[in-house]
Design a protein around this ligand. Structure first.
Ligand SMILES: [Fe+2]
Length: 408
């Protein structure tokens, strides 16, 4: 008697098949349950986009791979299906608290790091990038950014020396998603933007590690080697189903509006939109991150400097980016009218000058205060009087304050 239950590739799934379970789910099964009749095109698309490679089907309850579509048996009690996208929408309706989102983002950073390390290792060996894994990762990052843009963006800024390149990919992905949403791109283009951020530096897998991780300045020859990474990325992404739009973003993320960038010296609108967006997100994350040879800039200083670099960035894209990270970016220090110092922990969409902060120090009494979360949009008698110099305050303290009780 033929096997009732068989393992197939998720790519082979068709409407009319009865799913029993998914094999080797990456971040999560795309559905709350696996046992159901696949009779909805949206569920089929979600299964194919889930990043899961293989699944089990019951051919006595549904269609077989090669066989004709059977007359489907009535399946009682078919569970109610909830796809990842629906899960995301549900969570939007019931948003997580900032602290819960930070927990979620911390977990996501850990998972993403493993996935990106593997991706770089494969690229180093000349293997094709697994688009399913990348798409699953981008989906989860989109979900987190939709709920609390500041959580993942700020968390991914905190990098150790070892994982800089990997966490930079996560950070740029999250920034690209948030920027694409602020620029009102379509849902599909938001994901393309995220994927561009995730993959923009994949060409660095081809750069010798001693050059890539060299503490201090590179000599001319080393710099010329590093500058080839966009072309390496374009070549590495030739196969595997990555769109030309994403490949172009990776190839041109170091171009400048005035034509002084590389590799092609493109200028103005000649540079693809996703590449102009990548340029902003890439530089912002790079200059605000601590490196072995220099301390990261305060986010507010970084924005001020980026605005002052004429001819570097697309001004419209940069304006949208400022909308995303805020005038007082998450993670920056501010001084309040009440003479208290605070760390910005979250933006207020409707009032960029009144973020959510965590107060920790009184400059009038020169004393530390018990950390207190304060939403300045609700504080009638207090507001930001200006940015505060980050110098002198230990990074670890700021991170702890920003992350609240989550700090490890
Ligand atoms: Fe780059």
């Amino acid at each position: 008697m033929a096997e009732r239950v068989k393992k197939i590739r998720v790519k082979q799934l068709q409407l009319g098949m009865f799913l029993v379970r998914f094999e080797g789910a990456w971040l999560s099964n795309p559905f709350w349950t696996s046992r159901f009749l696949l009779d909805n095109p949206a569920d089929l698309a979600a299964a194919r986009a889930s990043g899961v490679k293989e699944c089990w089907i019951d051919v006595s309850l549904g269609r077989d791979v090669a066989g004709p579509a059977p007359v489907l048996p009535a399946v009682r009690g078919t569970p109610h299906l909830v796809t990842n996208r629906q899960k995301t929408r549900q969570s939007l309706h019931a948003p997580l608290s900032m602290d819960d989102e930070l927990r979620n983002a911390a977990k996501l950073c850990g998972t993403a790091r493993h996935a990106i390390v593997a991706m770089f290792s494969q690229a180093r060996l000349g293997k094709v990038v697994d688009l399913d894994v990348c798409a699953g990762l981008v989906d989860d990052i989109v979900g987190s950014v939709e709920r609390h843009p500041g959580a993942l963006i700020s968390l991914a800024r905190l990098k150790s020396d070892d994982d800089y390149t990997y966490m930079h990919s996560v950070a740029v992905c999250a920034l690209m998603v948030a920027l694409a949403k602020a620029m009102k791109l379509t849902e599909a283009d938001v994901r393309e933007a995220g994927l561009s951020g995730l993959l923009h530096d994949i060409g660095k897998a081809k750069i010798p590690l001693d050059i890539l991780n060299k503490p201090g300045a590179l000599d001319d020859e080393e710099f010329a080697t590093v500058k080839r990474h966009p072309e390496h990325a374009y070549a590495a992404l030739l196969h595997g189903g990555v769109s030309e739009q994403v490949r172009q973003a990776c190839l041109h993320h170091h171009e400048r509006m005035d034509g002084n960038g590389y590799p092609a010296g493109q200028s103005g609108q000649e540079i693809a939109l996703l590449a102009r967006m990548s340029a902003v997100c890439d530089v912002y994350d790079a200059v605000t991150s601590d490196r072995p040879y220099k301390r990261g800039w305060d986010p507010a200083d970084a924005l001020a400097k980026m605005i002052s670099w004429k001819g570097h960035f697309d001004p419209k894209v940069l304006a949208s980016f400022i909308e995303v990270v805020g005038i007082y970016p998450t993670g920056s220090l501010v001084r309040l009218k009440s003479a208290r110092l605070a760390v910005v922990v979250e933006q207020n969409k409707h009032s960029y000058t009144r973020p959510v902060v965590r107060t920790f120090y009184c400059t009038a009494s020169a004393r530390a205060l018990p950390p207190e979360l304060l939403n300045l949009a609700d504080a009638e008698d207090d507001c930001v009087s200006g940015p505060e110099e980050r110098q002198g305050w230990p990074t670890a303290l700021i991170e702890k304050l920003w992350a609240g009780k989550l700090a490890p």
